[in-house]
Design a protein around this ligand. Structure first.
Ligand code: C2O
Ligand code: CU
Length: 486
């Protein structure tokens, strides 16, 4: 295994990817930042210098499980103090599994401001992938606004995407998702949500006298942006030659059953199935609602909207600083009997809090994500939920209120896909299972950056006493200061 060293400088830079000049947060002058290439088992070392004049930064390696290095997860407030302007912080971690991953800022809304990029981990020497292809191209999809992230109202839309092929042209075969092989299946459109990664294979077997559109359309929110376009170029046509057809407009944005069907079609690849534990030790149900706190719109889980403490949880828990966050356990469920998920909640007020879920080490935990109507009549939003430090099994998806008597009978316990990000569909539920086997403190949150910013997240602790000595580089803020004085 090799060690890859990267030196990054995070700084402001004016960028105009769509001809409109905007201040972006960049890495070595680039947005998206440099792609990290590595082989399974390699160690990645990234030295991050914060050259922003006025704000902190932290970088999260999304999809990398950080086994044995929970302090390198890069989640400000959870696993580290922020990197203050002028400071340098070194992340060091092992990429333990091949796949396509991303990285991005985990502080404020800097991800939307341009601080993001890709991590491509190839299979070890001598190992072959269970599919073949001639070229490998990576595409990073991200939202881009003209307003600065500072100006953006917290509720501004960050949207999931659909990347679609030609209606009568190429189809795509999905073969990998979030670093796990998928039983290959063919789609016309790939429905992809914020925080997900997919590998698809496209066969260049169409009429080669022309080029084709690769089109990107917003789904699950009413699109307010034009279709994003790329050209699939067949040699020797000029890459500038426009395809002779109009760009495809994609599926109807609110066709939830269509999106649900794709979610339900994903299965682990035969020969690579890791079966889930047949039962769980604990079920946590999280009702996703839009609420009001002090007149401000928030997102809440079981009526609690999440706020980050000044002292990162990892340090607080390891050093037993019990006063720096609310010790009362976060709510395990909601009053499902009396809650109508299809209507506007009668009392939409919530509380905010920073309490967490402490999980028994090595226990099996089920999470039932339950969606609901927002504060607007006849409206529900899709939330892509992302778990740090683990992959989870996706046991099932449905529409309406989860039925604890009957829905678990329909769980896929045979060949469910493992992922780190999964959509919770409009008015739907999603059931996950994971093993709490990675000592550390891990965020679990909606990956729409504005939603997390508005409180849509929770935190899990497991086996924190097994975590090795914490590096002092993650300290310096809040109550962690005391550990720096010697
Ligand atoms: Cu890519 Cu905590 O997120
Ligand atoms: Cu959300």
């Amino acid at each position: 295994a090799r060690v890859h060293h990267h030196k990054w400088e995070v700084k402001y830079q004016f960028k105009s990817p769509d001809c409109f000049q905007k201040l972006a947060v960049t890495i070595n002058g680039m947005t998206p930042g440099p792609t990290i290439y590595a082989r399974q088992g390699d160690t990645v070392v990234v030295e991050v210098k914060n050259s922003l004049f006025t704000e902190n930064v932290a970088i999260h390696w999304h999809g990398i499980r950080q086994i044995g290095t929970p302090w390198s997860d890069g989640t400000e407030g959870v696993t580290q103090c922020p990197i203050v302007p002028g400071d340098t912080f070194t992340y060091k971690f092992v990429v333990d599994r091949a796949g396509t991953y991303i990285y991005h800022a985990h502080y404020g809304m800097q991800r939307s401001a341009g601080l993001n990029g890709m991590i491509i981990v190839s299979v070890p020497d001598g190992v072959t992938e269970p599919f073949s292809y001639d070229y490998d191209r990576s595409i990073l999809l991200n939202d881009w606004w003209h307003k600065s992230t500072y100006e953006q109202a917290a509720g501004l839309n960050s949207v999931p995407f659909v990347w679609i092929g030609e209606p009568q042209g190429h189809s795509m075969t999905i073969v990998e998702a979030d670093g796990n092989y998928v039983e290959p299946f063919v789609v016309k459109n790939l429905n992809i949500y914020s925080g997900e990664t997919y590998s698809v294979i496209v066969k260049a077997d169409q009429d080669s006298s022309r080029n084709y559109w690769a089109a990107l359309n917003v789904i699950t929110r009413k699109p307010g942006t034009p279709t994003g376009l790329g050209i699939i170029n067949y040699y020797p046509n000029s890459p500038k030659k426009s395809p002779p057809t109009v760009p495809p407009s994609g599926p109807i944005w609110n066709d939830t059953t269509y999106f649900l069907r794709q979610s339900q079609a994903i299965k682990a690849r035969q020969g690579y199935v890791i079966p889930p534990p047949p039962t769980s030790d604990r079920v946590i149900t999280l009702l996703n609602t839009q609420n009001k706190i002090d007149g401000r719109i928030k997102w809440a889980l079981n009526n609690m909207s999440f706020t980050l403490p000044d002292t990162p949880y990892l340090v607080a828990l390891k050093q037993r600083l019990h006063h720096v966050f609310n010790q009362k356990p976060a709510p395990e469920t909601y009053d499902s009997k009396n809650f109508d998920v299809f209507g506007v909640a009668k009392n939409a007020n919530a509380t905010s809090g920073n309490s967490i879920y402490r999980l028994k080490f090595n226990s099996t935990v089920d999470i039932i994500l339950q969606n609901a109507n927002t504060m607007t009549v006849n409206n529900s939003e899709t939330h892509p939920w992302h778990l740090h430090g683990h992959d989870f099994w996706v046991l099932g998806h449905g529409i309406g209120k989860f039925d604890p008597m009957n829905d678990p009978k329909k769980y896929n316990l045979v060949d469910p896909i493992m992922k780190n990000t999964v959509p919770l569909h409009r008015y739907g539920w999603t059931a996950l299972r994971f093993r709490a086997d990675n000592p550390g403190v891990w965020a679990f949150h909606c990956h729409i950056e504005a939603h997390f910013f508005m409180g849509m997240g929770v935190v899990f602790e497991e086996g924190v006493e097994k975590v090795g000595r914490l590096p002092s580089s993650i300290m310096g803020c809040g109550e962690t200061k005391r550990f720096l004085r010697h």
